[in-house]
Every structure is written in C-alpha cells, then in structure tokens.
Design a protein around this ligand. Sequence first.
Ligand SMILES: Nc1ncnc2c1ncn2[C@@H]1O[C@H](COP(=O)(O)OP(=O)(O)OP(=O)(O)O)[C@@H](O)[C@H]1O
Ligand SMILES: [Mg+2]
Length: 212
Amino acid sequence: MTALELSAVRHGYGAGTGRVEVLHDVSLTVAPGELLALAGPSGSGKSTVCHLAAGIERPERGTATLDGAPTSDIADWARIAVVPQQHGLLAGLSVHDNVALPALRGRDDPAATFARLAEALDVAAFARRGVTETSLGEQQRVAVARALVLAPRLVVLDEPTGHQDDDHVTQVTGVLADAARAGSAVLVASHDQRIWEVAHRVVRLDEGRVRS
Ligand SMILES: Nc1ncnc2c1ncn2[C@@H]1O[C@H](COP(=O)(O)OP(=O)(O)OP(=O)(O)O)[C@@H](O)[C@H]1O
Ligand SMILES: [Mg+2]
C-alpha cells in the first residue's frame, strides 16, 4: 500500500533563458508507517520534492498524489502536514496556539496531544510565549509539533534538525519514528545522518535525479 506517490515528475522554474530545470523524472513512494529520508547535496531538489509532495506546488509533468488524489488539491492538515525549511509559524501567536491551531477546527481537545508533543520536543517551558520570542531551534521544534498534532496521513519535513543540537535531534528523530509507528507516512528531507539512521529507506537525489 502506498500513501504518497510521485510518478515521473519533472519540474523547474522560470521561462526562456532564465529557465531552471530542477527535477528530471523523479519517482518515489512513501507507504503508511514508513519514514523515508531524502538526501542529496544543496541544490539537488530536495525542497522542490517536498513542495510537490506537500501540494504547495503542482508538478509541471508527472503526478504527485496522496491516496490517489493530487496533493495540490488537498488542504487538510490531518491529511498533509508540513514543516517548511523556513518554519512558517504565525508570528502573532504563542507557541501553544501555533501548535494547537490545526486542532481548533476539530472536535478533539488538543490539550493531551499538545502536552505529549510539548514534552517530547522540549517546548513546554515556553508554551505561552510568543513564537517570535523563542530561538530558531525552538521555533523549529514548535513547527514539528504543529505538523504532528493531528497525526496526519502524510507529514513532509524539510531539514527539521537544521537548528538542533544532539539532544534535540534525538527528540526530533524520536517523534518522527513514533509518528511512523502510529501509521503516518513520513517524508523528511535532510543532510543529517542521524535522520538517515532512523529512516526505513534513504533516497538520494543528485542534480534532480534519484540516484540508484
Ligand atoms: N523559485 C525558484 N526559482 C528558480 N530556481 C529555483 C527556485 N526554487 C529553487 N530553485 C533552484 O532549484 C534547485 C533546487 O532547489 P531546492 O531548494 O529544491 O534544493 P535543495 O536540495 O532543497 O537544497 P538545500 O539543501 O540547499 O535546501 C536549485 O538550483 C535552486 O536554485
Ligand atoms: Mg532545501
């Protein structure tokens, strides 16, 4: 069974002489319960794959689907949640409210889930502070907590340990492994070997191609 499927994706930016071809025929799948790490040098196309997988962009050629539906048609945080490389938190809200925001429209009280994630990611101590009054590494962990709060079908994380020290990397890899164990499909773009170590599979991109 597959949750996320990218099939024969080609994608680039711009037109004419300014045209940049980024992805050349990229195919990959992530199954429910699978943690897939996407590795590759800077500029190889990892964030572009994340944007297409998360449905932030639509592939120029080929398809990006979750359970058969184009990811770009899905605007439901319980189906696709994302941690962008720049964390995309809402500046006017507290740490707690950023994390709890996806749960507000639902029936469930986010308190228990918030408490579990806040503890696991070491953000509980400053939960009531505005997110702009926290460090970049703290903000990154808040964005990870927000992505996991609804136990999404697919979670896409772009370099989620880029601002973390060793102990906090262990916390992030721990919650990602837990999310996969609970059934989410987890796609994580990362240079970080400690992410590769907990991944079920590592797919390497090289100049916009999956390296075999
Ligand atoms: N909006 C854009 N317009 C033009 N070129 C772009 C755009 N976004 C990305 N690119 C180019 O596409 C290529 C792949 O970028 P991408 O951000 O996917 O790489 P990456 O593997 O995530 O890199 P990093 O490890 O530095 O985050 C790069 O050469 C980049 O310059
Ligand atoms: Mg990137």
